[in-house]
Design a binder for this molecule. Structure first.
Ligand SMILES: [Zn+2]
Length: 295
């Protein structure tokens, strides 16, 4: 009985399909269940990590206030290094998600840094409170080295280990391990002059640092005295800094010099261009000539 009905249904269907052509046959293809992703059969070779940059910050705040701001506010970071006597580092945002730490700015051709970076906040007061007013009053353009607050030894050790691990996992180019000031020099000065970039380079092999030999070589050249402002600005651009193309050292351009000095000449950050700063910049460009991939 069941067999007869099936046979009848089939023959009716056959006749119907003869009458109406293709339209009826397509309606007979079984609708597949939900699609499946096959990630084993084929693989592309053109690919790279999404995370390209590590950005270091200081919080200008104590442990409790930093935690509150970074966990409940509109700013965040992937990692927080408190000023505490233990071996913990707090992971506040998963590495696969965006943390809101970089804001406007750019470095090495990338602008929306929150999309492609890991942010690390370190609890540190930044500028000592007694000096903060000097800048606000306009008595001072830039804070000297002495105005910044030291980092705790344990914090540096934690940051060194963490950045070493991240740089390795994401294969981050040395010059893309930067401070907030490097990507936003007109707005930010963190992690400041007392953040020991050179030590991290020596002790943990992370970040960029110039070779002394190259610096001496460029110091002895006459290039600096002959260099025009556009040429010097181009050297900043070659390294990765965003700098305007005006033909003068206006405030925005001096902010870039200051950010660079905080990083690479931290004991004398002045915001003024000088031979040593230029020699360091040329030495860095000489050592890190490689360009990123932008595909
Ligand atoms: Zn910052």
């Amino acid at each position: 009985m069941a067999k007869n009905i099936t046979a009848l249904a089939f023959s009716t269907l056959f006749i119907a399909s003869l009458l109406t052509g293709c339209a009826t046959t397509t309606s007979q293809v079984a609708t597949p269940e939900k699609y499946i992703i096959d990630s084993e059969t084929y693989q592309a070779s053109g690919k790279s990590q999404r995370i390209k940059t590590i950005v270091l910050h200081y919080t200008v705040s104590n442990n409790a206030r930093s935690l509150k701001t970074l966990t409940t506010g509109q700013v965040s970071a992937h990692y927080l290094v408190l000023d505490s006597n233990d071996n913990k580092i707090y992971n506040l945002v998963p590495e696969s998600e965006r943390a809101w730490h970089a804001g406007n700015g750019g470095f090495a051709g990338r602008t929306i840094l929150n999309d492609t970076s890991i942010g690390i906040e370190i609890v540190n007061s930044g500028i000592q409170p007694k000096y903060r007013q000097a800048l606000k009053n306009g008595k001072l353009d830039y804070h000297p080295y002495e105005h910044y607050v030291e980092f705790d030894e344990l914090q540096i050790k934690k940051v060194g280990q963490l950045v070493q691990d991240l740089a390795k996992r994401y294969d981050i180019s040395p010059k893309n391990i930067i401070g907030h000031a490097d990507l936003a020099p007109t707005r930010k000065i963190d992690p400041g002059a007392k953040f020991p970039w050179q030590r991290l380079y020596i002790d943990y092999g992370i970040g960029a640092w110039y070779d002394e030999f190259d610096k001496q070589f460029f110091t002895n050249q006459d290039e600096f005295t002959a260099a025009t402002i556009p040429e010097i600005k181009q050297a900043f651009r070659d390294y990765g800094y965003q700098i305007n193309d005006s033909d003068e050292w206006d405030k925005a351009s001096r902010d870039v010099i200051y950010a660079f000095q905080l990083h690479f000449k931290p004991q004398q950050p002045t915001g003024e261009m000088d031979l040593e700063t230029y020699a360091i910049l040329k030495a860095l460009n000489n050592k890190y000539a490689d360009r990123d991939d932008f595909y």
